[in-house]
Design a protein around this ligand. Structure first.
Ligand SMILES: Cc1cc2nc3c(=O)[nH]c(=O)nc-3n(C[C@H](O)[C@H](O)[C@H](O)COP(=O)(O)OP(=O)(O)OC[C@H]3O[C@@H](n4cnc5c(N)ncnc54)[C@H](O)[C@@H]3O)c2cc1C
Length: 468
C-alpha cells in the first residue's frame, strides 16, 4: 500500500504520527454504525453525538481517518451544492432564497465548529474567483452563468462580475477577461480538517476503529474482518468507494481527480500573482480546474478527472509524467512565471458522482439506513450539510435541514437514481469529456475560425445536456 504520507501534500504536512487507531476485534452493539471516517462520516458522528450524547455511535474506517477524498482534495470549502440550480428550480422564490442562505452559511458553520473544537486547518474565508482566462468564450459563458444565478435569486452580494482591472486586485492572471467573485467560499488544509474532526469526535465519546473495512452490510448488521456490529442505524459514508458496499455502487460513479503542488514560492512571485487572502480560484473551462495558494506559499492546482471502465477505483496516484505536465501546462497558462516552478507533490483521489449530478441525503427508515453523497467534487462544504442533515433525520427532526429538495426522507435506498450499466457509462463519460477537451483545444487556439469555435461550443453544450 502507498505510504500514508504520500497520499497528498496535506497528509505529508501533518505534524502528527500517522499510525492507525486500533481495529475492531470484538463484536458489539451500537445505536449507529458509521462506515467511513471521511468528512461525511465524521460530521454525522459529530452532530449526532452533540445533540444526543446518550447514543452509542461507532465509526469504522477501512484505512485511517482522512484516507479518502477528505484527506486529498483541493481545499475549496464552498457554500453550495453541485447542481443546486436544478435542485431548487421547483421552489418558490422565497423558499429558494432560504435554501440558498442555508448553503451560503456552510463555510461560517464550519468556521464556528473549528473555533469551538480548537481545530486548526488553515481556514481562510477569502471567497472564490471563477476566472475567464484562456479564451474569450469563457467570458461569455461565465457572464451567462452569472445572469442565471441572478435569475435564481442570488444578488450582487453573493456573486458579482469583476472586470480585469478589478480582478487584478485579487489575482493577476495573464490575459484575463474578468471573473465572477463570490465571498461564500473558504480554503482549508483538508487533511488537518479530517484528522482534527476525528479527534473532536473521539473526544465526544465516539470510538473510531481504523483498518476495519465493512465487508458486508445488511439492515441492522455490519460485518468486518474480525467482528460484527449490530445496530439500529447504518450510515454508509464511503462516497467514491461506494462499489465496496453493494448495491451503493449503482448510484455512485467513482471519478478520479488529480492535483499538483509547487514548492513554497518566494514572496516576490506572490507579489506578482496575488491571492493573498486565501481565495480559491478556477479557470472557466468546462473541464474542472481548481487552485489555491497555501498558507506556506505553494500553489496547489487540480484539474480534470478520469473514469475507469467498470467503475474500477484508481489506487495508485503516483502521477505519470504526462499527467503532471498537463497540469503544469494549465497553471503556466494562467501564471507564466510558474512555468519552471518545482513541483514537489502530485496526487489524486476518488470522488463520487450521483446520477444526473444531483447530490442526495436519504433516510430509509424501514431498513435503518441514512446516507449522503454524490457531491461530485464539491463535497468539502456539502459534507458538513450532509452530516447535520443525517443527524437531524436519524433524530427524526423536521426542520430547515430536512425540508430541502435534496433530502429524501423515508424513502428506500433503491429509489435513488442508478447509473446505466457498462459499456454505457464508460462510453457516455468519455464522449462528454472528449467534447469538452475538443472545445477547450479549439477555443484556446486563437487561429481557429469563428465557425469552428461555434461548432465546438455547440457540441460541448449538447453533450453537457446529457449530464443532467
Ligand atoms: C482530488 C480531489 C479533489 C477534490 N477537491 C475538492 C475541493 O476542492 N472542494 C470540494 O468541495 N470538494 C472536493 N473534492 C470532493 C471532496 O473531497 C469529497 O466530496 C469529500 O471529501 C467526500 O467526503 P466523504 O467523507 O463522503 O468521502 P471520503 O473522504 O472519500 O471518505 C470515505 C471513507 O470511507 C472509507 N471506506 C471506503 N470503503 C470502506 C469500507 N468498505 N469500510 C470502511 N471504510 C470504507 C475510505 O477509506 C474513506 O476514508 C475533491 C475530491 C478529490 C478526490
Amino acid at each position: 500500500m502507498q505510504p500514508l504520507r504520500s497520499l497528498s501534500l496535506w497528509m505529508d504536512q501533518l505534524d502528527e504520527p500517522l499510525c492507525a487507531r486500533p481495529a475492531l476485534r470484538e463484536s458489539l452493539e451500537a445505536d449507529v454504525c458509521i462506515i467511513g471516517a471521511g468528512y461525511t462520516g465524521l460530521w454525522t458522528a459529530y452532530y449526532l453525538k452533540r445533540q444526543a450524547p446518550q447514543l452509542n455511535i461507532v465509526v469504522i474506517e477501512a484505512n485511517i481517518a482522512g484516507f479518502g477524498a477528505s484527506g486529498r482534495n483541493g481545499g475549496w470549502l464552498m457554500g453550495n451544492l453541485l447542481g443546486e440550480d436544478r435542485l431548487l428550480a421547483s421552489l418558490s422564490p422565497q423558499q429558494r432564497r432560504a435554501s440558498i442562505d442555508l448553503l451560503h452559511a456552510i463555510p461560517d458553520e464550519v468556521g464556528n465548529v473549528l473555533q469551538r473544537e480548537g481545530i486548526d486547518c488553515d481556514y481562510r474565508k477569502g471567497g472564490v474567483l471563477y476566472c475567464a482566462a484562456r479564451y474569450p468564450e469563457q467570458e461569455r459563458s461565465l457572464r451567462a452563468y452569472l445572469d442565471d444565478l441572478y435569475r435564481q435569486g442570488m444578488t450582487e452580494d453573493d456573486y458579482r462580475w469583476l472586470r480585469p482591472e478589478q480582478l487584478d486586485a485579487q489575482v493577476r492572471i495573464s490575459n484575463a477577461y474578468g471573473a465572477i467573485y463570490s465571498p461564500h467560499t473558504a480554503t482549508i488544509q483538508p487533511a488537518k480538517l479530517a484528522r482534527g474532526l476525528a479527534r473532536a469526535v473521539e473526544a465526544l465519546g465516539v470510538p473510531i476503529y481504523e483498518n476495519t473495512p465493512a465487508l458486508d452490510w445488511r439492515s441492522g448488521e455490519v460485518s468486518t474482518p474480525l467482528a460484527r456490529i449490530r445496530c439500529q442505524w447504518i450510515v454508509p459514508a464511503v462516497e467514491g468507494y461506494a462499489a465496496s458496499l453493494p448495491p451503493l455502487g449503482k448510484h455512485q460513479l467513482p471519478v478520479q481527480s488529480l492535483l499538483v503542488a509547487t514548492e513554497p514560492l518566494p514572496d516576490t512571485t506572490w507579489d506578482e500573482i496575488g491571492l493573498d487572502r486565501g481565495q480559491a480560484f478556477s479557470e472557466g473551462s468546462r473541464q474542472v480546474t481548481y487552485g489555491q495558494r497555501t498558507t506556506d506559499n505553494r500553489l496547489v492546482f487540480g484539474a480534470r478527472g478520469g473514469y475507469r471502465f467498470g467503475g474500477r477505483l484508481r489506487d495508485n496516484f503516483n502521477l505519470q509524467a504526462h499527467e503532471v505536465e498537463l497540469r503544469r501546462y494549465l497553471f503556466s497558462d494562467l501564471f507564466p512565471q510558474l512555468r519552471h516552478a518545482r513541483i514537489t507533490h502530485t496526487w489524486g483521489g476518488n470522488l463520487g458522482m450521483a446520477r444526473r449530478f444531483r447530490p442526495h441525503m436519504l433516510c430509509d427508515r424501514q431498513r435503518g439506513i441514512a446516507l449522503a453523497g454524490g457531491y461530485g467534487g464539491e463535497g468539502v462544504g456539502a459534507t458538513n450539510l450532509g452530516g447535520r442533515t443525517l443527524a437531524a433525520l436519524i433524530l427524526n427532526q423536521h426542520n430547515a435541514l430536512t425540508g430541502q429538495p435534496w433530502v429524501h426522507d423515508n424513502r428506500p435506498l433503491a429509489s435513488l437514481a442508478s447509473w446505466p450499466p457498462e459499456p454505457c457509462r464508460w462510453l457516455g463519460y468519455n464522449a462528454i469529456i472528449q467534447s469538452f477537451v475538443h472545445e477547450d483545444r479549439t477555443l484556446a487556439n486563437p487561429a481557429t475560425p469563428p465557425w469552428r469555435r461555434r461548432l465546438a461550443s455547440h457540441l460541448a453544450d449538447f453533450m453537457e445536456g446529457f449530464m443532467h
